[in-house]
Design a protein around this ligand. Structure first.
Ligand code: NI
Length: 384
């Protein structure tokens, strides 16, 4: 691995920052402490800082010593509603909230890049450091864009990354083109007629309808989506009832639809609506489908994917590879990539415990690598 020497010199500082953020995780749009620390550090390194963009987002701007283009770099800052079970000395001090997706690390990596570039200033153009809130399904990227992110800080290219504990340390992967699925979240509310459980004939049982609807929904991807297309429909919640002897009036289902083709998503949604309407008619109840688009399809620009791959190769050699497979997971950097061309990669961090697991542990040895990749994107693309 070829990491700039100065970055390795302050690797311990990055670890300290990361562990402090880890001990004090904050949920989406509540990253007040985190964004305060980020903004303070950026200011201390002489960056021009804008706070409160997209509620708790922060943007830092740094100009190089030569004229050139503007390169945006993005990290996410939010934690998850998970009770940490790692026994680490710097484990979350906030019960029920945990940095289980490594966004504390992404934040520290981007801070490392900002510090390094503020010291060297050996680049053309301008670097825009985007610290985004609320990546975990709450629309932080959209909030920043709606708040004028790219109007106030127009970028020619943007880059982002995510740690990957299921890949070996230092293995960097990029999938050009559509790389991560678009995602909708949905809620279905079935309003039947409550009754005594001993007299189901007096009511309309919302639970039976919910159970049947879950089965019917599972026919959509298997029977209505072209086999060569990729889509997922998962029902992830069923809520109804609170007693042994009461048929609940209301049952709710919730879940997610993942897709790569908007037309496929539209067809799935139309089919879901038809099944909900059919159940309503068949059982004489009200069935309401509430569908929300949460993530766009993440699409990496082909040329800029190659640029990021080249930058990664300069750091880790052949451990940087183009990936053939797109993934059904989603990422709201997709929304930024709709506004500005760029690329998004995974940085292998080893360890193996999956993201979003209460036992997830991030290996701080990867912090200088992540920082170095951000740095390289500015150094190689600012003067193109
Ligand atoms: Ni994440």
């Amino acid at each position: 691995m070829t990491i700039p020497h100065r970055l390795t010199e302050f690797a311990d500082d990055l670890t300290a920052i990361r562990r402090d953020l880890h001990a004090h995780p904050e949920l989406g749009f509540q990253e007040v402490r985190t964004s305060g620390i980020v903004a303070g550090l950026l200011e201390s390194w002489g960056l021009e800082v804008t706070r409160g963009l997209g509620k708790t987002g922060v943007v830092g701007v740094l100009k190089g010593t030569r004229p050139g283009r503007t390169i945006g770099l993005r990290a996410d800052m939010d934690a998850l509603p998970i009770d940490e079970r790692t026994n680490l000395p710097y484990a979350s001090k906030t019960p029920g909230v945990m940095h289980a997706c490594g966004h504390d690390a992404h934040t520290a990596m981007l801070l490392g890049a900002a510090r390094y570039l503020s010291e060297t200033r050996d680049f053309a153009g301008t670097a825009v450091f985007i610290f985004q809130p609320a990546e975990e399904g709450l629309g932080g990227a959209r909030a920043m864009i709606a708040d004028g992110l790219f109007d106030r800080f127009p970028c020619d290219e943007i880059y982002g990354m995510h740690n990957a504990p299921h890949h070996p340390m230092g293995e960097i992967g990029i999938k050009p083109g559509p790389a991560m699925a678009g995602a909708n979240f949905f809620d279905i509310t079935i309003t039947g007629k409550g009754a005594h459980a001993a007299s189901p004939d007096m009511g309309i049982d919302s639970i039976v309808i919910a159970a049947s609807l879950v089965q019917q929904l599972q026919s959509i991807v298997s029977r209505n989506v072209k086999a060569s297309d990729q889509a997922v429909l998962s029902v992830t919640q069923i809520h109804a009832g609170a007693a042994y002897n009461v048929l609940p009036e209301v049952a709710t289902l919730a879940g997610t639809v993942r897709y790569f083709d908007r037309a496929t998503a539209e067809a799935i949604i139309a089919r879901m609506q038809a099944l909900c309407d059919g159940a309503a008619k068949a059982y004489g109840v009200e069935v309401v489908l509430d569908m929300r688009n949460v993530f766009d399809v993440l699409e990496n620009d082909a040329t800029l994917s190659q640029a990021m791959l080249d930058a990664a190769r300069a750091l880790v050699g052949e451990a940087a590879q183009e990936r053939a497979e797109r993934v059904m997971g989603s990422e709201d950097f997709a929304d930024m990539l709709r506004a500005v061309p760029g690329a998004y990669c995974t940085v292998g961090t080893g360890g193996g415990i999956p993201l979003h697991n209460p036992g997830f542990v991030f290996d701080d040895a990867a912090l200088p690598l992540g920082a170095a990749l951000y740095v390289r994107m500015v150094e190689t693309r600012g003067g193109v």
